[in-house]
Design a protein around this ligand. Structure first.
Ligand code: PGA
Length: 253
C-alpha cells in the first residue's frame, strides 16, 4: 500500500508561543487517538523548526520546512539551505508551492535545483503543482501540471524520484473555501500517476504518494481521501487548528 500522508502547511502564521501550543495540542490528540498508517507532518515557519523538532522527538509527528535554498551554501543573505535543515533534523520540505511561484517568482529550473538540494540532504520534497482558474476554464489544466512536473522533476533518475511526494493543489482552491470536487481531484491524481507510469514504470508510479491540497478541511477530507489516487492532503488553513487537523488525519476510510 502507498504511504498515506497528511501535511500541515502553516504558511506565515503563529508566534513562538502559539506554535508551541499548537504542537502540544496536535501531539496530545495523536497520542489519544492516532493512526499508525498515516504519516503526519507539520510544516511551521523556519524559525520554529528546531522547536518543533525538539518537541516532537518522542511523538509520531514529523516536521517539514516550507522552503529551502536552491544553493548549497555561501553568500545568499536570508536563505536557508537543505544542509542546515538536515542538521536540525528536518526530513520533509514543501517545494514549489503556488505562493512561492507567484510572489517569489520561483522558476521551473530553480524548483528543480531545490528538489535536488533536498534529496541530496535526505529531505523528502513535497512537490506542489496545480493550475490557475483561467487555465482550468480553458481546459489547459492537464498540460499545465504536466509541464510543471516535467520541467522540475522528470530529469531525476528512478532512485531519486521514488523519494518525491507530489501535492496537487489547484491554485483556485487554495485558501478560497472552494475545494476541487472529489472527481476533479481523482481525475488529476490519476493523470499525474499515469505520467509517472509512462516515464518511470508501474512500480514507481504505484508507490507514489499524491496529496490533494486546496481548501481541504475536516468536513470534506473524507470524501476527497476516499478516491483511489488521493493518498492524503496538504492542508493550509485547517492545519492551524489542532482539532480540525486531527479530524483530517482521521479521515481515511
Ligand atoms: P488551504 O491551503 O488548505 O488553506 O487552502 C493549502 C495550501 O496552500 O497548501
Amino acid at each position: 500500500m502507498r504511504t498515506r500522508i497528511v501535511a500541515g502547511n502553516w504558511k506565515m502564521n503563529n508566534t513562538f508561543r502559539e506554535a508551541e501550543k499548537l504542537i502540544y495540542e496536535i501531539m496530545d490528540l495523536l497520542a489519544e487517538n492516532g493512526t499508525d498508517d498515516v504519516t503526519t507532518v507539520i510544516c511551521p515557519p523556519a524559525v520554529f523548526l528546531e522547536l518543533a523538532h525538539d518537541l516532537t522527538r518522542e511523538s509520531t509527528l514529523e516536521v517539514g520546512a516550507q522552503n529551502l535554498s536552491q544553493f548549497e551554501k555561501g553568500a545568499y543573505t536570508g536563505e536557508i539551505s537543505a544542509r542546515m535543515l538536515q542538521s536540525v533534523g528536518i526530513s520533509y520540505c514543501i517545494i514549489g508551492h503556488s505562493e512561492r511561484r507567484k510572489y517569489f517568482n520561483e522558476t521551473y529550473q530553480e524548483l528543480g535545483q531545490k528538489v535536488g538540494q533536498a534529496l541530496k540532504h535526505n529531505i523528502a520534497p513535497i512537490f506542489c503543482c496545480g493550475e490557475q482558474l483561467r487555465e482550468r476554464e480553458e481546459g489547459a489544466h492537464f498540460t499545465v501540471v504536466e509541464k510543471q512536473l516535467a520541467e522540475s522533476l522528470f530529469h531525476l533518475d528512478a532512485d531519486a524520484i521514488s523519494r518525491v511526494i507530489i501535492a496537487y493543489e489547484p491554485v483556485w482552491a487554495i485558501g478560497t473555501g472552494v475545494n476541487a470536487t472529489p472527481d476533479q481531484a481523482q481525475e488529476m491524481h490519476a493523470y499525474i500517476r499515469s505520467l509517472f507510469r509512462k516515464k518511470y514504470g508501474g512500480t514507481i508510479a504505484d508507490a507514489l504518494s499524491i496529496l490533494y491540497g486546496g481548501s481541504c478541511n475536516a468536513e470534506n477530507a473524507r470524501e476527497l481521501f476516499a478516491n483511489p489516487d488521493v493518498d492524503g492532503g496538504l492542508i493550509g488553513g485547517a492545519s492551524l487548528k489542532a482539532s480540525d487537523f486531527h479530524r483530517i488525519i482521521r479521515s481515511f476510510g
